[in-house]
Ligand binder design. Structure first.
Ligand SMILES: [Zn+2]
Ligand SMILES: [Zn+2]
Length: 343
């Protein structure tokens, strides 16, 4: 089968190559990949800002149909529409993080698409407990966005408790930002979405998807706009979804005293902030990475209930052979979510 692999360490070294079809052992499922989303993490791996174990097939946001099940598999059958949580294909299962559901924090975890073969290929192998059946109303295209949605669900619903009437700032109108925005709206918050001038198209989508206000920070004072929406105080919660220094500083400025800043974006380098901005406002700063088993159950329920509409986030569907175009679109931020379709 064809697989898009990183063949060596260092920037680049990406090749679409022919590899053997994986086989399905006991307790495993073989899934025919229908869609696999390109994530910022994949771009970091391509550029060697994140570690990986080459040769490895990239891709961790996936949907597909179960093609084969090994003995003892209970969570899905051949023909089921499924998605997988990408952190748990290899983990210790014994440490306090594994046992409390925070599998992504396990020291032994080997992520799908970085350390073990991922979804930019015709087939992927999943462990039984790693697979989630997609609700009947969810198409395979939207199903491939389950994993990034789960990341936002953890941030909005589990690490913070966004409540009706809160003012929420989303800094960074990429796919994770816009999913976070929809979840905050579903919780009854007023939402400001901020981006750069070059994000005009993404900000327009944010407006269509229900943002109360969108702000081009190069043309307007984000702090003033956010205060205007919140009785003069500032945002109760700011979600940093851009992974940039400037975005983090804007979150610190636009959040109210005693508010919270949640960092979802990966920065890849140190950021310059003034700690006094945190101290004088008595802010809570949190990081949010990935999800737990509970988060996945909640995410499937949110999709089943139709509480978010992820279809406007899918800007490109490309055959796997057009992977270079897909990566270019992501790097130049020309669209939102790019889905690759293996043969
Ligand atoms: Zn991702
Ligand atoms: Zn563990």
């Amino acid at each position: 089968m064809k697989a898009l692999q990183k063949t060596e360490r260092g920037p680049g070294h990406m090749r679409l190559r022919e590899i053997a079809e994986p086989t399905c052992g006991p307790g495993q499922l073989k899934i025919k990949v229908h869609y696999a989303g390109i994530c910022g993490t994949d771009i970091h791996i391509v550029n060697a800002d994140l570690p990986c174990r080459p040769p490895v097939t990239l891709g961790h946001e996936v949907s597909g149909i179960v093609a084969e099940v090994g003995s003892g598999v209970r969570r899905a059958r051949v023909g089921d529409k499924v998605t997988v949580t990408p952190y748990v294909s290899v983990r210790c299962g014994q440490c306090r993080y594994c046992r409390s559901g925070y599998y992504a924090l396990c020291e032994s975890t080997l992520n799908v698409g970085h350390k073990v073969d991922g979804a930019f290929a015709s087939y992927i192998i999943s462990q039984d407990d790693q697979v989630f059946r997609l609700p009947g109303n969810v198409g395979l295209d939207v199903g491939a966005l389950s994993e990034p949605l789960a990341c936002s669900v953890q941030a909005v619903s589990e690490l913070c408790h966004v409540e009706p009437g809160d003012t929420v700032l989303i800094s960074g109108p990429g796919p994770v930002g816009l999913m976070t925005m929809q979840l905050a709206k579903a919780q009854g918050a007023k939402v400001v979405v901020a981006g750069l001038h070059q994000d005009a198209q993404r900000l327009a989508v944010a407006g269509e998807m229900g943002a109360d206000i969108t702000v081009d920070v190069e043309n307007a004072d984000l702090t003033a706009v956010t205060r205007g929406l919140s009785g003069g105080y500032g945002a109760d919660f700011a979600f940093e979804c851009a992974g940039s220094d400037a975005s983090l500083r804007q979150c610190l400025a636009a959040v109210r005293k005693l508010g919270s800043v949640v960092i979802l974006g990966l920065h890849g380098k140190p950021a310059q902030v003034n700690p006094d901005d945190i101290v004088y406002k008595q802010l809570t700063i949190r990081g949010s990475i990935s999800h737990t088993w509970d988060t996945w159950d909640r995410t499937m329920a949110i999709l089943a209930e139709g509480l978010v509409d992820l279809r406007p986030l899918i800007s490109h569907r490309l055959p796997l052979s057009d992977w270079q175009e897909g990566i270019r679109v992501c790097e130049e931020r020309l669209g939102l979510k790019v889905l690759l379709q293996p043969d």
